[in-house]
Ligand binder design. Structure first.
Ligand code: NIG
Length: 406
């Protein structure tokens, strides 16, 4: 029989469960196997086989990081230094990583991915998405997708990241939506496109999303990162799970994202607005208008965008602190966006789409009955300390699918 674990003496439990206002005080949780089987006030907790004393600290769902690019080799320190000396970011830098990734052995790529996943976990992340997109040949994209599938929860195909150096854009697009997608589709749950000047325009991006949908894949879009453009409009009209970056939004974009969720009653599923605070800082681009998006009624996610070019960090606590200190969110809004928001962006929330190849999944990003037992304990009495003590190593323990991993 599966053993049960009681975590009690929790000063503040962030559940994201609207039933009790999203959080409980003096709380306890019981885990059985990979599942949460009891949540409530500590005085009413049932007995369990084992007990963990949270000692008056805060517990919350593990971070759900819904946007990363972790399958890569090489380093872009020089590009970062140039940027800090005043140069601006351009999509072309991606090709530097493509070259290094193609040249790396399977073992090198996998070791780097495992290192990054383990760093993320130590920071409290329990659900990770990662993208292909640094291979850009059928063989290299397939290799990235298979490798990622062994280490993360959700893999996204990003053959449409940039046109590889020296290739004709039209014939590369045909390759992406033809043989490349056909080879990679069985190993991923979604496809993405970098819809931006210097990468793929609106027409090309739509062809990528249409082809992905024909393969039964969910879609996401990198949009409005480097300037105003069609990314948001495209993602919403296509019913994409999320559109990510969002540094340059006009009123119509904000309105489209908000109204994609209907009247907010949960009846219609819209497109999540994913902001990437560490990327905005690391590229010295405007911070995405997270406050404006929330006020308009959009569903918000915060992700790290860990990649070697624009955001070489998986520190979700840092992203949450930045969203609070610089983007104007309350701590509870930021924590929700980095947990339940990420789950919604991945379709791994309760109402979400299920990966037909992923088998039975439990919802993530919440602490309630039947959810996956993904929790983090902070070395602090409340989540407020994530922004009140920015940059401090506050992750004291992490359980992933019921297993203590940190
Ligand atoms: O999300 N914007 C496109 N892709 C990545 C950057 C990748 C790179 O520069 O290597 C991003 O920021």
């Amino acid at each position: 029989m599966t053993r049960t674990l009681l975590i009690d003496n929790i000063a503040e439990l962030t559940t994201n469960d609207d039933e009790h206002g999203g959080r409980l005080h003096d709380a306890a949780v019981v885990i059985e196997g990979d599942e949460i089987v009891w949540v409530g006030v500590a005085s009413a907790a049932p007995a369990a086989d084992e007990r963990f004393d949270a000692a008056g600290r805060a517990v919350l769902p593990g971070w759900v990081d819904s946007h990363t690019h972790m399958v890569f080799a090489g380093d872009r320190t020089a590009e970062f230094e140039a940027r800090m000396a005043g140069e601006s970011y351009a999509a072309g830098g991606i090709n530097v990583t493509v070259e290094a990734t193609r040249a790396a052995s399977d073992a090198q790529l996998e070791a780097n991915l495992a290192r990054l996943v383990s760093e993320a976990r130590r920071g409290g992340t329990t659900t990770l998405e990662t993208k292909t997109g640094y291979g850009l040949t059928v063989e290299d994209e397939l290799r990235a997708a298979k490798l990622a599938g062994r280490h993360v929860d959700a893999v996204t195909f990003l053959g449409a990241h940039v046109v590889p150096a020296g290739q004709d854009p039209e014939s590369y697009l045909d390759l992406v939506i033809g043989p490349m997608l056909a080879a990679v589709a069985p190993h991923v749950s979604a496809a993405d496109v970098f819809c931006e000047t210097g990468a793929f325009d609106e027409v090309a991006s739509r062809r990528v999303l249409d082809a992905a949908a024909r393969h039964g894949l969910a879609t996401r879009v990198h949009g409005n990162q480097l300037g105003h453009g069609p990314g948001v409009r495209l993602a919403v009209s296509h019913g994409s799970l999320s559109v990510d970056h969002l540094g340059f939004l006009d009123d119509a974009d904000v309105e489209a994202l908000a109204s994609s969720w209907g009247d907010g009653s949960g009846g219609s599923r819209g497109t999540v607005a994913t902001v990437l605070p560490a990327c905005d800082l690391s590229t010295r681009m405007p911070l995405a208008p997270a406050r404006r998006l929330l006020d308009a009624g959009a569903v918000l996610a915060i992700a790290s965008n860990c990649n070697p070019g624009t955001s070489y960090t998986s520190a979700m606590g840092f992203c949450v602190a930045t969203a609070v200190l610089q983007m104007g969110l309350t701590i509870q809004e930021a924590v929700r966006a980095a947990t339940l928001g990420g789950a919604t962006a991945l379709g791994m929330d309760a109402a979400g789409w299920r990966d037909p190849r992923g088998g039975a999944q439990r919802e993530v990003g919440v602490i309630r009955l039947g959810a996956r037992a993904d929790l983090q304990l902070l070395e602090a009495p409340s989540v407020t300390h994530l922004a009140y003590r920015p940059g401090m190593p506050l992750t004291a323990a992490v359980w992933s699918a019921g297993e203590r991993v940190v």
